[in-house]
Write a protein that binds this ligand. Structure first.
Ligand code: ADP
Length: 499
């Protein structure tokens, strides 16, 4: 498909944003990168270039850190009462809502995802997150403690913002991931340097305009598009940054930890997953079939919690796989801005090669392709929704995160919950899992046995700003959302007063 068809579907606001200059946002100013360098942004349904964006590197990170430090230590932000911070965040949420259709179009154009999903899930989720976190601004409190030391004491704790934070986000939910990071940081009173992914920098730059419009003081939020190895690495290593928060691959998460060790900045990580979808024989098929299909195919499988291992009891395995295959065949794959599209292309040429490479490796290793398995068309980065069967635990398709619309269907023939859980847990990841059964006892017993940060019963991929989210094992460090996210952005100070 030619990019002009996609571009013609943009509204006026999104078109004029796209036609504008795409610069770094530092200290409330839009500026070029010091090096003058830019990088190209591609539209995933055509593979054609749609924008050039300023590419930050270490020198720009230095400037942004200085601005964020000033804002944190001496600027109006540091003196602002919590209610004022909350008010600004709510104002930003209102502005995002007022421009939601435009932002959804930008997100769909940049990432490839269906525009309706972008509107309700990505942009809707972003608005909800800022509003939820705005409420936390006035609810961050220490405690008074009665110690057992002889004498008269007044002992209490203060919760203070951790300082200047670096935030590195991925391309699968670009704006929503930015809100997961910025929301709690702003509520806690931190200042931030956010780096969107190089594949999808556009919505964060539109957000920067709205941040300016909302009236945040200079330096509070800085948005630095750039490459991972340059801008991202500079943020992770910077001695003037007190905390780094990262969402992305486990591989890069490990690099972030190493880079952060220089000044031992605090680190929180939300990494990959290989989430099991565990289906028991008493399942309600009418829910499990679309549930398992959505669990893997939503957002073209580019979801860290995607249900990519379908473990089903052999009594229901064949029916389930047939059902999910029929769902896969019905899905309308197309450009994100086509209103009929249900799943879009993958985000990039690199992802296309990665996902088709895994499918090829699965075939070589002896897996059977039940449905899909091929690239769609010659333009853009489309891959068919794919089900693989006859796999074994040594295959890369079973062990590694594919991050595409590919599910491995694996039967089990067991009634022992410990053994079933052991298989479901046989992965280095621990981000999420879903359990499908009509038996409450089995559901909750399994929920206990699963080693993952989120367990869903008769549903998959559910998140809410009030519910903690994060990973066991190599899926990450720390929990985002809820009051847990506030913990990531605050230090606790204990004060002992001898009276
Ligand atoms: P994916 O492999 O799915 O593209 P990544 O983990 O590579 O995901 O990317 C997530 C984010 O991490 C992006 O913003 C990317 O630019 C950034 N990134 C990539 N490499 C590094 C690095 N070495 N240091 C810091 N950030 C990085």
């Amino acid at each position: 498909m030619d990019v002009s068809t996609t571009l013609s579907r943009l509204g006026n606001a999104a078109s004029s944003f796209l036609a504008g200059k795409h610069q770094l946002f530092i200290d409330n100013q839009f500026v070029d990168a010091k090096s003058g360098k830019t990088f190209d942004v591609f539209e995933p349904s055509s593979g054609q270039m749609i924008a050039k964006v300023a590419a930050a590197d270490a020198a720009d990170v230095d400037v942004a850190v200085a601005a964020a430090r000033r804002a944190f230590e001496t600027g109006p932000w540091s003196k602002m009462v919590p209610a004022e911070r909350g008010k600004l965040m709510n104002k930003l949420a209102d502005l995002i809502e007022a421009n939601a259709d435009e932002l959804a179009q930008i997100e769909s154009l940049d990432n490839g995802k269906p525009v309706t999903f972008a509107r309700f899930i990505d942009i809707g989720g972003t608005i909800d997150m800022f509003r939820y976190m705005a409420g936390w601004a006035t609810r961050i409190n220490g405690e008074t403690i009665t110690p057992s030391i002889p004498g008269d004491w007044h002992v209490y704790t203060l919760r203070e913002p951790v300082g200047v934070v670096g935030q590195i986000v991925p391309w699968n939910f670009p704006l929503a991931m930015a809100s997961w990071k910025l929301g709690p940081a702003l509520a806690a009173g931190c200042t931030a340097i956010l780096k969107p992914a190089e594949q999808t920098p556009l919505s964060a730059l539109r957000l920067a305009q709205l941040i300016q419009e909302a009236g945040f003081p200079p330096g509070v939020i800085n948005i630095l598009p750039g490459l991972g190895e340059t801008a991202g690495a500079a943020i992770a290593a910077h001695p003037g940054i007190d905390k780094v928060a990262f969402t992305g691959s486990t591989e890069v998460g490990k690099l972030i930890v190493q880079a952060a060790s220089g000044n031992l900045k605090k680190v929180s990580l939300e990494l990959g997953g290989k989430s099991p979808v565990v289906v028991f024989p008493d399942v309600d098929m009418a829910r499990a079939i679309p549930g398992a299909a959505n669990g893997i195919f939503f957002n073209s499988g580019q979801v860290c919690t995607a249900g990519s291992r379908l473990y089903a009891h052999k009594k229901v395995f064949d029916r389930l796989v047939e059902g999910v295959a029929a769902e896969a065949a019905k899905i309308k794959v197309g450009p994100g801005l086509d209103p009929a599209t249900q799943i879009g292309p993958l985000v990039s040429q690199e992802q296309l090669e990665r996902v088709t490479g895994y499918i090829a490796a699965g075939r070589r290793d002896g897996a059977t392709v039940v449905t899909g398995g091929k690239r769609l068309g010659d333009d853009g980065y489309f891959v068919q929704p794919t089900i693989l069967a006859d796999t074994n635990p040594n295959m890369s398709v079973v062990r590694e995160e594919i991050f595409g619309p590919v599910i491995c269907a694996i039967p089990f023939d067991d009634d022992d919950l410990d053994r079933i859980a052991r298989e479901a847990n046989a992965t280095s990841y621990g981000l999420a899992a879903s359990i499908w059964t009509t038996n409450l006892g089995i559901a909750h017993k399994m929920a206990k046995r699963i080693k993952a940060g989120s367990v869903w019963i008769n549903t998959h991929n559910m998140v809410d700003p009030a519910v903690p989210f994060g990973g066991y094992k190599q899926s990450g460090w720390g929990r985002e959302m809820s009051h847990n996210a506030i913990d990531l952005y605050t230090e606790t100070k204990s004060v002992f007063a001898s009276l």
